[in-house]
Design a protein around this ligand. Structure first.
Ligand code: ADP
Ligand code: F6P
Length: 323
């Protein structure tokens, strides 16, 4: 059983994601309405170790629900991956009277939360990443906005690709996870999708497919390439040389991480943020909020981190069946 909570801290960690502000807002407002004090921790674990800690009130989160990025800012912090860094972090929490910390981020950030919990600070994780690559949850804050941003951008590339009868390689984010590529592959009607989890590197097969669709009269050939595979410019040159079809590469990059969150991201992030406060108030620690099989639930962080998740094989097949 966790200790009684009087003051909570909130931080965002890892890559930012649209909807993180909606989660922060929900945490701050819910906690204050329940009589708790709230401290904002800037720049994730880096800000914690640097004591960038400030008092938050209801007004601190006014006019933030529609804003992209994270008002708390974020960082990746190597020092916090060491036992010394974690001990220092827990001591700083104690010094500032913080007895519970809500961490909005991905699996790496949850490992940090797990370590803090082990050092006597009650922690709850809220899944925030555009990659959708947290195994315990079917939803992560920011994915919906990012995938819609990418989809709209790919539609635009497709217009010009069709006008010129070109092949277009569009690189979307996802170093280890192909969810954005898979969803856009289906939603944008791409001819090929290259996922880190599935791509076998067989470029000759890809080139044959481009020749085939061209011969059938297709006016464009859209390839969605995930960041984890990369080399989109090189691939474009090789495809053009092998097929004689003009080929261009577009790397969407960080524009996918910004922008005003969608309704779904605002709504789910708000519910998850509020739930995180409720879990702390129920005396829980080392838990992560999730959305699984249509319901908001929570898991033990150790169990959540041990879970595995992979691209849905049927969805991957559908992407290929509809070309
Ligand atoms: P994400 O949370 O999106 O997976 P990262 O993997 O970059 O992003 O992790 C964010 C931060 O979480 C890291 O910079 C580090 O400070 C902290 N973190 C990651 N792994 C651990 C770990 N094993 N122990 C403690 N803290 C960690
Ligand atoms: O985890 C989110 C993400 O945007 C990944 O899709 C991408 O691989 C990575 O972060 C990029 O990180 P950075 O902002 O450090 O370039």
């Amino acid at each position: 059983m966790a200790n009684e909570i009087k003051t909570i801290g909130v931080l965002t960690s890892g890559g930012d994601a649209p909807g993180m502000n909606a989660a922060t807002r929900a945490i701050v407002r819910k906690a204050i309405h329940k009589g708790l004090k709230v401290k904002g921790i800037k720049r994730g674990y880096a800000g914690l170790l640097n004591e960038e800690i400030f008092d938050m009130n209801e007004k601190s989160v006014s006019d933030t629900i529609s804003r992209g990025g994270t008002i708390l800012q974020t960082a990746r912090c190597k020092e916090f991956t060491t036992p010394e860094g974690q001990k220092k972090g827990a001591e700083i929490c104690k010094k500032h009277g913080i007895d519970g910390v809500i961490v909005i981020g991905g699996d790496g950030s949850f490992q940090g939360a797990q370590k803090l919990a082990g050092l006597g600070i009650n922690t709850i994780g809220v899944p925030g990443t555009i990659d959708l690559d947290i195994a315990c949850t079917d939803y992560t804050i920011g994915f919906d906005t990012a995938v819609n941003t990418a989809m709209e951008a790919i539609d635009k590339v497709r217009d010009t690709s069709t006008s010129h009868v070109r092949c277009s390689i569009i690189e979307v984010m996802g170093r280890r996870a192909g969810y954005i590529a898979l969803w856009c592959g289906i939603a944008n009607g791409a001819e090929d999708i290259l996922l880190p989890e599935r791509y076998d590197g067989d470029e000759a097969k890809l080139i044959e497919h481009i020749k085939e669709t061209h011969a059938k009269g297709k006016q464009h050939h859209i390839i969605i390439n995930a960041e984890g595979i990369g080399d989109s410019q090189g691939m474009a040159k090789r495809i053009e040389a092998a097929t004689g079809i003009e080929t261009r590469a577009t790397i969407l990059g960080h524009m996918q991480r910004g922008g005003s969150p969608t309704c779904k991201d605002r709504m789910y992030a708000s519910v998850m943020g509020a739930m995180a406060v409720d879990l702390l108030l129920q005396g829980k620690s080392n838990r992560v909020v999730a959305h699984k099989n249509g319901e908001f639930v929570d898991f033990d962080i150790d169990e959540a981190l041990a879970m595995k998740k992979d691209i849905d094989e049927y969805q991957y097949q559908v992407a290929q069946d509809l070309v």
